[in-house]
Write a protein that binds this ligand. Structure first.
Ligand code: NAP
Length: 350
């Protein structure tokens, strides 16, 4: 029996043959949750069924997944990329592997462009040669933040950091090599159960100094996004082979100050401990400039009638309950291995 599983494309596959999915950055925040969802599971902090039926056709065993990361597939190595893709013969390639240390990118632009731009060129080239569909995960930092409304997919990009320019370089490579048919997903302010992020930073700081003040900037506006939700949307777009660029974030927007307050409140702490500061008050100043406004309007999803991700506060609550099981008590607590080696206000890609 043959079924057309992809409403966005003509690929007809036997229902009995698994869909082969190659994931890059598989050990990262998003990569871990992509693997979990593709295996038919529910990521920590996620929901089994959000009522949208978004992945109703993704039954356990439907996909054969090859999850790679820098130790198993360094995307900078063109030959290795080609060899892995040729050997696995994926139907779909989910490319989330990236050099995401925004500040370090400023002092090491060669690594940023090697991984995020050239690495994406290598992935795009091998994906195109295999006839597979590529989903490239990009960032809100491709925008300069000067607009006074949320950015739509068709707004002019103008990154203000090396990281942003290197990720935009990846977008250009995808379009140059795979053409219009590839999917570019721009996301923002990412947090998940695995890896370094802002939620863990707030919980760690709150636990380390239970009566101290926490200071976070109140002049950078964005859309917090949770990998348990993001992974489902990325996979849906991939299964449908949706062409074009999509902004995919949780709904609603805030500042890092608002995000820190909400995180503390969700953990049963006192949000009044969080004080707002200006970006110019950060000591030491961050090497990479950040856009003051990187809110992303999920216009393409909305206008295509595709399900939007939940409100960010809802998903934040779920993640905090996962990370700090004592939620509702007066103190947020996290285990040692969740400590995050980043300064206040910073996440992996922040
Ligand atoms: N985090 C955010 O707030 C944010 C915001 C907007 C967009 N994004 C984008 O979303 C995607 C997923 O983000 P994330 O937060 O899940 O990132 P992440 O946790 O940093 O995961 C990225 C993964 O890629 C790996 N990697 C680094 N260099 C590589 C290479 N040369 N070859 C293969 N893999 C390599 C990293 O390994 P190491 O850990 O060893 O470096 C890491 O496991 C990225 O493309 C990022 O640019 C993230």
């Amino acid at each position: 029996m043959v079924a057309d599983l992809f409403d966005g494309g003509p690929l007809a596959v036997s229902v009995s043959s698994p869909i082969r999915v190659l994931v890059t950055g598989g050990q990262g925040q998003l990569g871990r949750d992509l693997g979990e969802v593709l295996a038919g599971g529910v990521p920590d902090g996620g929901v089994a069924d959000d009522g949208s039926g978004i992945l109703a056709d993704l039954t356990p065993g439907r996909c054969e997944v090859l999850s790679t990361d820098i130790d198993t597939l360094d995307v900078v190595d063109r030959g290795a990329v080609r060899s892995v893709v040729d050997g696995f013969r994926p139907d779909l390639v989910l490319h989330g592997g990236a050099y995401t240390a925004v500040d370090l990118c400023e002092s090491d632009p060669d690594t940023a462009f090697a991984v995020n731009s050239m690495g994406t060129r290598n992935i795009a080239e091998a994906t195109a040669a295999a006839g597979a569909h590529l989903v490239y995960v990009s960032t809100d930092y491709v925008f300069d933040g000067s607009l006074d409304r949320p950015y739509r997919e068709w707004d002019r990009t103008n990154p203000c950091s090396v990281y942003g320019r290197s990720k935009l370089g990846g977008e250009l490579e995808v379009r140059a090599i795979c053409g219009a048919s590839a999917t570019v997903v721009r996301t923002a302010w990412v947090s998940g159960a695995h890896g370094a992020n802002m939620v863990k930073t707030v919980l760690r700081l709150a636990a380390a100094d239970p009566d101290g003040e926490l200071r976070f900037v109140d002049d950078q506006h964005g859309c917090p996004t949770f990998t348990a939700d993001l992974a489902r949307a990325v996979i849906r777009l991939a299964l449908d082979r949706r062409p074009g660029t999509f902004h995919v974030t949780n709904q609603g927007a805030t500042t890092w100050f608002g995000f820190a307050q909400a995180t503390l409140a969700a953990a049963g702490g006192d949000p009044g401990r969080v004080k707002p500061i200006a970006t110019t008050d950060l000591t030491p100043p961050r090497p990479a400039p950040r856009p003051a406004n990187s809110r992303l309007d999920n216009a393409a999803l909305r206008l295509a009638g595709l399900p939007l991700l939940p409100e960010w506060t809802e998903s934040l609550g779920r993640l905090v309950r996962t990370l700090a099981p004592g939620t509702g008590s007066a103190r947020a607590t996290i285990s040692r291995d969740e400590s995050v080696p980043v300064p206040p206000g910073e996440g992996a890609d922040r």
